[in-house]
Design a protein around this ligand. Structure first.
Ligand SMILES: C[S@@+](CC[C@H](N)C(=O)[O-])C[C@H]1O[C@@H](n2cnc3c(N)ncnc32)[C@H](O)[C@@H]1O
Length: 332
């Protein structure tokens, strides 16, 4: 998934820096507290004692519940096959986010909107009839989210839709399975505010990747929450927005306080924080806060970030930023 702040492309760098500091991960509990797509938890899943993954957006919980939480073989082939072959339904997504329904919004082609409705309703139906268990439920929902996102008619996020259906949005949604790594460990996946959860968990290594700027994930990915929750609400305005949570990490006046509170309450020996040089907190501020709680270090990496360009669909403009990894060995 093309996600703001995704560490997919940086995961090798982050993994090797973490291992340089903490050594073998085999017997360690690793927490990915702002997990997003789960990119970092996933690289440690088969190599650590246990992963704790968390994010306060529900679509992210669904992805992590599958990619991290699922760790044993599940049966999915027949279900995916049946979902792929369903007849489309004029449901909530079609009625509110496709042009053909008269909604004036075009986040999906009419065909894909109806496909999403049919697939989503069937998954819920199976769950209610206990035809699938929880592990299968989140696997199928993740598969739907990933594949719906791949045919969304947006520049990259759901803050706006494009006037004309772009090429990738014209393709028929295929339900490619959201495969996950198998391993023996039981992992924990949460859907909570980081500052609340931090008081209830402990472990060896925690990775923090909060938002850097004012862009709220809840508004930028509202349609993923809508597909994941499939609840009933009145979509608001031109973009059909739903109510969304506002993260204090996206607010200049709040971020330093919540960040320090998080570091203070963290019951983990090693803390790693990803943050870039364009963030709401300066490098110096982050350093000043972290240094209070133990032995601090900093590594960086120039990084080609891709900015969505509204006029050119998903042709992104590259811009170079410095990606920082702040490191703290906590002693207080
Ligand atoms: C930079 S992204 C993380 C990206 C992730 N590392 C990846 O590679 O996909 C930041 C994430 O923090 C989540 N978030 C923002 N505020 C939060 C909070 N207070 N508690 C928990 N999660 C939060 C957002 O929903 C978003 O998924």
């Amino acid at each position: 998934m093309n996600y703001i702040g995704s560490k997919n492309k940086l995961s090798k760098f982050i993994k090797s820096e973490i291992e340089n500091v903490v050594g073998e991960m085999k017997r360690k509990v690793f927490c990915d507290l702002f997990a997003g797509t789960g990119a970092i938890g996933r690289v440690f899943k088969t190599e650590s004692k246990r992963i704790i993954a968390n994010d306060f957006e529900y679509y992210s919980y669904v992805l992590n519940r599958n990619y991290i939480g699922n760790h044993e073989e599940i049966e999915w082939f027949n279900q995916v096959n049946e979902l792929e072959n369903l007849e489309g339904i004029e449901g909530f997504v079609y009625k509110n986010y496709c042009l053909g329904s008269g909604s004036k919004r075009q986040y999906f082609s009419d065909e894909n909107g109806k496909r999403i409705d049919a697939i989503r309703q069937k998954i819920e139906f199976w769950k209610n009839r206990t035809k699938i268990d929880e592990n299968q439920y989140y696997f199928l929902l993740s598969s739907l989210l990933e594949n719906a996102d791949a045919v969304a008619n947006t520049a990259s996020v759901y803050g706006a839709f494009l006037k004309h259906l772009k090429k990738s949005a014209q393709k028929t949604l295929q339900l490619k399975p959201a495969n996950f790594d198998l391993n023996d460990a039981e992992h924990e996946v949460f859907n909570e505010d980081a500052n609340f959860l931090i008081k209830k968990i402990e472990g060896d290594v925690i990775y923090l990747d909060p938002p850097y700027n004012a862009r709220q994930y809840g508004s930028n990915y509202h349609l993923l929450n809508t597909i994941a929750k499939y609840d009933n609400f009145t979509p608001q305005g031109k973009t059909g927005l739903r109510e969304y949570k506002r993260s204090l990490y996206c607010q200049k006046r709040e971020v330093e306080n919540v960040f320090e509170n998080l570091i203070e309450n963290a019951q983990f020996r090693y803390i790693f924080l990803s943050y870039n040089n364009e963030g709401l907190m300066s490098v110096e501020k982050v350093k000043e806060v972290m240094e209070k709680y133990g032995k601090y270090d900093l590594v960086d990496k120039p990084y080609q970030r891709f900015k969505a360009d509204k006029t050119e669909n998903r042709n992104h403009k590259a811009s170079e930023t410095l990606e920082y990894l702040h490191i703290l060995e906590k002693v207080k």
